[in-house]
Design a protein around this ligand. Sequence first.
Ligand SMILES: NC(=O)c1ccc[n+]([C@@H]2O[C@H](COP(=O)([O-])OP(=O)(O)OC[C@H]3O[C@@H](n4cnc5c(N)ncnc54)[C@H](OP(=O)(O)O)[C@@H]3O)[C@@H](O)[C@H]2O)c1
Length: 281
Amino acid sequence: MTTPRVVLPPIALVGAGSMGRAILSGLLSPHVEVTGGVRVTNRNVERAHDFDAEDRVTAFTTGGNPEANREAVAGASIVVIGVKPAMVAEVLDEIADALDPSALVISVAAGITTRAMEAHLPGGHAVIRTMPNTPATVGRAVTGIAGGTRVTPENLDLAVRLFETVGDVLVVEESQIDALGSVSGSGPAYLFYFIEQFVRVAEEQGFTRAQADLMVRGTFRGAIELLDASGETPAELRRRVTSPGGSTERAIAVFDDANLYGIFVAATNAAIARQREMGQA
Ligand SMILES: NC(=O)c1ccc[n+]([C@@H]2O[C@H](COP(=O)([O-])OP(=O)(O)OC[C@H]3O[C@@H](n4cnc5c(N)ncnc54)[C@H](OP(=O)(O)O)[C@@H]3O)[C@@H](O)[C@H]2O)c1
């Protein structure tokens, strides 16, 4: 199956660090064309050389040119803000009057509200807040998207098409973004944590690290692929592995006794509470 072609207007990525580069890798996919190319900015002059081999990318650095961010956003139809949350307001103030009047401003910064961004864009620019996750680096992100008060359906559609270059996208109310972050944002860490524990346990059963890694990763990967391919619910697939009176049933009972559901509720609430604290900081 060929991936449908995606054409996007000129894009500037202000702050091309881990997340910015993950998004960039989606924009440089063979099926994606960014008309006018992608401009990226960083502070460190050395970083510009990371993009030397890519003629679809123009790299700017504020270390080499204090006007870099302003020059990068001039003429861009979409400006993605990829700096750390604490830097967002400063960067918006810096670029506000260099933006094209119709530019759409999209932030990936955790905890920074669209209201806060709009306050730093007196030109009335439309603002979208997003919450991607780290599997973006391999094109398998889940990204939540929420529009501010000035967005049009066309703005949202543009943001969806941009983030679909790195995975799946959900458009949600901004009030749901913190909860989404506690699921898809933090979720990869939960899975890595389970894998760490499971590998430890497998090693304690006498397997080498390599054997334990292979068993655990292969089992998680295989289970997810089975879930996707079968069209069945996880509960049904679990039932099929869990013979009445069998060993898996006994193991699941241990999870139930430990109230795995309750642990998830507590973990999710803790993550949401922290997101909200950071948003108010
Ligand atoms: N990583 C994640 O898993 C993840 C997930 C969801 C959301 N996010 C959000 O993504 C944003 C970036 O996180 P990150 O992990 O990608 O951080 P990062 O790797 O530190 O990237 C930040 C980038 O911004 C650049 N930068 C800083 N100040 C700048 C300025 N004034 N002008 C131009 N560029 C500037 C930095 O350049 P220098 O290196 O040259 O200083 C760096 O490349 C954060 O707001 C975070 O909340 C991250």
